[in-house]
Structure formats: C-alpha cells, structure tokens
Design a protein around this ligand. Structure first.
Ligand SMILES: [Zn+2]
Length: 322
C-alpha cells in the first residue's frame, strides 16, 4: 500500500519594504524602495517555481497596483502579476495598505481595505478573488463578515504559534522601552489555541471551529510544539533542522508553507539600507543561499506532496468538511 500523498500550498506575502520599516519603528523608507519587493523578489520566486512546475499563491498588497500611489510602479506590477496569473499562480488579497491594526478597525474601514485590494486584483485577473490573509496574522470577526459578504472561499491568517507571539511581544516591548514604538500591533492571543489543520470557523470567534461558509487554512506550525514552520525561519535554519521541520509538516494532511517577498531579497543587490539589515537577520544571508534553501525545501516537499494553490486547498478542505 502506498501512503496517500500529502498536500502543500506555498504562499508569498508581498509586504513592501515600508512594512518592515514600520515594524522596526524606523519611520518611512527611502522612496526608491517603494516597489523593491515586487520588482526584485517576485521574479525570483517565479523562476524557482517555474523550474519545478509549482503553482503558488501570491498575497498582494493593493497599493502596489494602485496608480494613485505611483502610476509607473502600478503598471509594472500589473504586468508582472499578469504573468504570474498566466503561469497558473493565484493572487490573494492582503488588504490595500497593510494596516497592522486592521483587526481593531470597524466594518467600514475593513470593507474599504478589503474592497479596494479586491477591485485592483480583478484588473489583473477578472476571476473572483478566493482568499484573504490579514496583515500581522490577526483575523477579526469583522473581517470574516466582509469575506463572507464577498463570497470568498477561504481565509489564511490564523498562525497558532506561541513562539512567534512571544518573539513579537519581546521586540515590541524593547522598541517601546527605547521610546521608538513599533508600528506592529499585538496579535490577538486567542488565535494561539486555534486548530492547526483546516477548519470551518465560527463567524463570531474565527479562531474557533464553527459553521461559517468559508474555510480557515491556518499557517503551518509543527505538531506538538507549534513552532512556526514559515519560510523566514526555514530559509536561515541549519539544514538538519529545516529538513526535520519540513518532514514533520509533510506528516500532516496539509502543509501551508508561508513565505514573504523579502525572503528572496538581497541587501547588496537590492540596495536595502543598513538600518533595516541590522534588524532583520534574514537580510544578512546572501540571496544565493536563500534560493538554494528554498529550492531544497520545495524539492523535499515535491517528493512527498502535491503542491496546489490555496484556492484549490480550500476546495479540498470544503469537501472534507462536508
Ligand atoms: Zn503582510
């Protein structure tokens, strides 16, 4: 008897450099870094995926496609994302301006953030957008209501990793003590006890199981210890640890591997300022090493799992739930 193959989805959050400046309390980045992630990192992901015949889900921040911010950058992003869609990749909604406080905002602001990104994504791919990921992994009932209203089939924001939560609290506390508060917002700790496998959420408390007509696809954490199995950690981990985490995830029915655009950025090649490099250990690892690590992860995944978009994973999870 052969074991059924596992399923894996690979997603990339395209947070612009501005977001990292905000997390680290650095103010606004230089203007020329506005589209660095889109222009420099996205083609690198596309190349790694094309070489392996993998389709992925790219979570787009709407402002990158918004001509009212920068018409030239928006046109370039439109062309690039269009190529991704033509290659079979999925585009997901990562809000319009990536406000870390989105989970604390009311229905009108949430509808505006989700709606504007949705409209911009449809200028690239006219098919209905299927999925959403909240900024800062923080999902609120208000967001779920908006996703249901729009007929989205999934959300993928829940990240039940206490270690990530503790690390974020430590960084935010240290910055506050320095009088330079982080622009990040503390994630709702209730999500830490959320299920780690796909589930139908409760509309009023989406970190719990319920009957909402949408599926939650939680971001990967390891069995038992709930260590975050996300790209930013895996790409800079020693190989033996990386392999063990990937193998543990492949033992589950679904591995939701989350990456960020910045994971394939290179401080030197992409002109990322020292003030940010000093605060992000992954930016001190050369691009070639990170590309090799991601390639090795994907090859290990492909040996045991089928790689599908989150849209297709949601359809599978819906069938399982029915
Ligand atoms: Zn993000």
């Amino acid at each position: 008897m052969t074991r059924p193959r596992a399923r894996c989805s690979v997603s990339i959050d395209l947070d612009p450099i501005r977001c990292y400046y905000r997390i680290h309390g650095l103010g606004e980045p230089p203007e020329e870094l506005r589209a660095t992630i889109m222009r420099r990192a996205v083609p690198r992901f596309a190349q790694l995926f094309a070489a392996r015949g993998i389709v992925a889900t790219f979570f787009v921040v709407g402002e990158d496609l918004d001509p009212s911010f920068d018409a030239h950058d928006a046109r370039a992003a439109h062309a690039l994302l269009g190529e991704l869609v033509a290659a079979g990749h999925e585009l997901g909604n990562h809000s319009h301006r990536h406000p870390y406080e989105l989970a604390r905002l009311g229905a009108e602001r949430v509808a505006d953030e989700i709606g504007r990104c949705d409209a911009l994504l449809r200028t690239v791919d006219p098919r209905p957008v299927a999925g959403f990921r909240a900024p800062g992994y923080d999902l609120s009932p208000v967001m779920v209501a908006e996703l249901l209203r729009r007929g989205y089939s999934y959300d993928s924001s829940i990240f039940p990793a206490p270690g990530y939560y503790a690390a974020k609290a430590a960084v935010m506390g240290a910055l506050a003590a320095l009088g330079r508060p982080s622009g990040a917002v503390m994630t709702n700790p209730r999500a830490l006890v959320a299920p780690t496998d796909p589930y139908r959420p409760s509309p009023k408390a989406p970190w719990r199981r319920g009957q909402a007509a949408i599926v939650e696809l939680p971001i990967a954490v390891t069995p038992w210890l709930r260590l975050p199995a996300i790209g930013t950690n895996l790409l800079i981990a020693p190989r033996a640890i990386r392999d063990r985490v990937v193998d543990a995830m492949l033992g589950r029915s679904f591995f939701n591997l989350e990456l960020h655009g910045i994971d394939l950025a290179d401080a030197d090649l992409d002109g990322i300022p020292g003030e940010l490099v000093a605060r992000q250990p992954d930016l001190r690892v050369p691009l070639a090493a990170k590309q090799a690590a991601l390639g090795a992860i994907l090859d290990r995944v492909l040996a045991r799992a089928d790689v599908i978009t989150l849209r297709d994973a949601a359809a599978w999870a819906q069938r399982e739930a029915a």
